[in-house]
Design a protein around this ligand. Sequence first.
Ligand SMILES: [Zn+2]
Length: 89
Amino acid sequence: MGSRMLSYAEGDDSHFLEACSLCSKSLGHNSDIFMYRGNNPFCSQECRQEQIEIDDASDKKLRVSLKKSRETNKKSAKSNVQTGTLLVA
Ligand SMILES: [Zn+2]
């Protein structure tokens, strides 16, 4: 039961404000909502803090992969300049 309602909620963009991003607890309209990074609602400071710590950990991983993609970007930036010159001329 309720599976049809669940898939409807997943496709609804406003759904993200209705449940805690961490524990998926329902957020009532009159209860406190702790926002984080603009679009992640949490039912409590504890849940938000836990998400911050998770993000901190994944940020460190992200930094490593950013370093790699920056080298790739350098190459594609070069070819972008050549394309730009062609367009101007
Ligand atoms: Zn929560």
